[in-house]
Design a protein around this ligand. Structure first.
Ligand SMILES: [Zn+2]
Length: 229
């Protein structure tokens, strides 16, 4: 469990198409895809499992200014004008702390509608603009299914802006397993884990603010709906 919640154990995962997913989540995803097809959508996954090393690379590149940082609304920031602590908070708005990403579990995935792409070469970005634009019909359909309790236990942990992670309508979570993982990831375990890391940028700052990071960016999610049958 320990290694698994930090994105370091893939034994519960299986490969599907070009991604890895928790073996108990795949059958549920396939049901959701089938229902989506009936409603006229080709629900595809851009990103599912992401291991610790991959997340660390994203984090470190952002911390070093090698990847664009965004403000609260998703506009690019000028890296050279930011203090280290500002850099840390702006990363956390859009990218999880390595070891504390829901993408480490294989239970969470980012989705889009392949049928809605305007051209074959269109690059899916997963932005609020797409959610309000080309992917709005898919998201309206997903909202209805989630509200009606017919989404096979997928829901949106980042549906609302709670002052932590930015709203990400495309991010679905299979909550029966994800909730267990969230409970298994205590502040103490996260702290011990981060302390052991050798090549994590902004590590000292992260440890200084870890209580706040854990409260605001890990626990602070939209609550899952009631169990579905
Ligand atoms: Zn996501």
């Amino acid at each position: 469990m320990e290694h698994y919640i930090f994105g370091l154990d893939e034994s519960e995962l299986i490969e599907f198409e070009n991604f890895k997913i928790h073996r108990e989540v795949l059958p549920q995803l396939l049901k959701l895809k089938t229902e989506a097809l009936k409603a006229g959508f080709d629900l595809q996954v851009t990103s599912c499992y992401r291991g610790f090393e991959t997340q660390k690379k994203i984090w470190n590149n952002k911390a070093k200014g090698l990847r664009t940082l965004l403000d609260d609304q998703g506009r690019p920031l000028n890296f050279s004008e930011l203090s280290p602590v500002e850099i840390m908070w702006s990363i956390l708005r859009w990218s999880a702390l390595p070891g504390a990403s829901r993408h480490h579990w294989g239970t969470d995935l980012d989705v889009y509608d392949l049928k809605a792409l305007p051209t074959k070469n269109y690059q899916v970005e997963l932005t609020p603009q797409e959610v309000e634009g080309i992917f709005k019909p898919l998201h309206d359909w997903l909202s209805d299914r989630i509200n009606q309790g017919s989404s096979f236990n997928f829901y949106r942990p980042y549906q609302d802006d709670l002052g932590g992670v930015a709203p990400e309508m495309w991010h679905l979570s299979y909550w029966p397993i994800a909730e267990k993982n969230l409970h298994a990831l205590s502040l103490k375990k996260l702290k011990d884990f981060i302390e052991k890391q050798k090549e994590l940028e902004l590590k000292a700052l992260v440890l200084d603010h870890l209580d706040e990071i854990y409260e605001q960016y890990v626990l602070n999610i939209s609550p899952p709906p009631l169990a579905q049958v």
